[in-house]
Write a protein that binds this ligand. Structure first.
Ligand code: A3P
Length: 289
């Protein structure tokens, strides 16, 4: 399993889709003030919120741009994850038109400095640890690019120790917690978006300074529903779609965690995160009635 991974600045990454050369090249990445960075640990709902962000920006731009200057972004598109790809990716990204939406699973320490210097907006996406673990386990076993696990118990150990792609989610949250009061950061949770998607979309639009009509918001909500995204996934995500759009709900962890695992995670949460600002946003129990 380890041979699929390499370590960079103390965190493991899958060697199948990331490389130390690309990571070094990434340091020269130039963020723009109007970039939108979607930061979230894997399986927090990146594709979902990524769809909302791109749709919000596209809807706004379409309405405000004259046809002549219209850029067909689809043709220019680069795989949206900052740290996934080859070393030449950053050169190509420098040619993309604004506004760019860039996804990343990195901790702030490992992001190119220009992201913080440029005042680019960062949307930090959170999801409760237990559902993230459950989702990550299924995704790992469905995807050949990621290490697979013989059993849920096996995966649980990797998740708790952080010896897995993109490292420990506990560490991820502690590191991002240091930036929680930054002016250019907004946090949103998978759970609040699930509870009221229209409100979430409106809050994101307001954060980006985009004014959209009620109807435009509703269209975006519809296009980003789990059902629509799953249905469109052969077109948008190819073979990845089946693995990616798995259940799209909250509290599926209840079918996987045994009592010991549940207690172990609660204890680690208590010790590492409960007292932090991000920790208080992850009180998942209220969603599992
Ligand atoms: P599950 O495995 O629990 O179903 P990421 O995009 O960061 O890899 O996250 C994937 C998780 O987000 C999966 O969770 C997936 O089903 C869920 N997801 C994707 N699109 C969604 C949507 N439109 N609504 C709700 N959940 C969605």
């Amino acid at each position: 399993r380890e041979e699929l991974l390499f370590s960079y600045k103390g965190i493991l990454y899958p060697a199948t889709i990331c490389s130390p050369e690309a990571f070094r090249a990434m340091e020269s990445f130039e963020a723009r003030p109007d970039d939108v960075i979607l930061a979230g640990y894997p399986k927090t709902g990146t594709n979902w919120v990524g769809q909302i962000l791109t749709d919000l920006i596209a809807t706004f731009e379409k309405r405000n741009q004259d046809e002549e200057n219209h850029v067909n972004k689809e043709e220019l598109e680069e795989f949206p994850y900052l740290e996934i790809g080859d070393a030449e990716k950053y050169e190509r990204m420098s040619k993309l038109p604004s506004r760019r939406v860039i996804f990343t699973h990195l901790i702030p320490e490992n992001l190119p400095r220009s992201i913080f210097k440029s005042k680019a907006k960062i949307l930090l996406l959170l999801r409760n640890l237990k559902d993230v673990a459950t989702s990550f386990y299924h995704f790992s076993n469905a995807l050949s690019a990621l290490p697979s696990y013989e059993s849920w118990d096996d995966f649980f150990i990797a998740f708790m120790t952080g010896k897995m792609p993109w490292g420990s989610y506990f560490n991820y949250l502690s590191e991002w917690n240091k930036h929680v009061d930054d002016k250019n950061i907004m946090t949103i949770t998978y759970e609040e978006l699930k509870e009221n998607q229209a409100l979430g979309v409106k809050n994101i639009a307001a954060f980006l300074g985009l004014s959209l009509t009620e109807e435009e918001i509703q269209d975006i909500v519809e296009r980003s529903s789990f059902q629509s995204m799953k249905k469109n996934s052969p077109k948008t995500h190819g073979a990845l779609g089946t693995a990616l759009f798995r259940k799209g709900g909250v509290c599926d962890w209840k079918s996987f965690f045994n009592e010991d695992q549940n207690q172990a995670m609660d204890k680690a949460f208590e010790e590492l995160l409960a007292g932090t600002k991000l920790g208080t946003k992850l009180k998942y129990e209220i969603y599992c009635k």
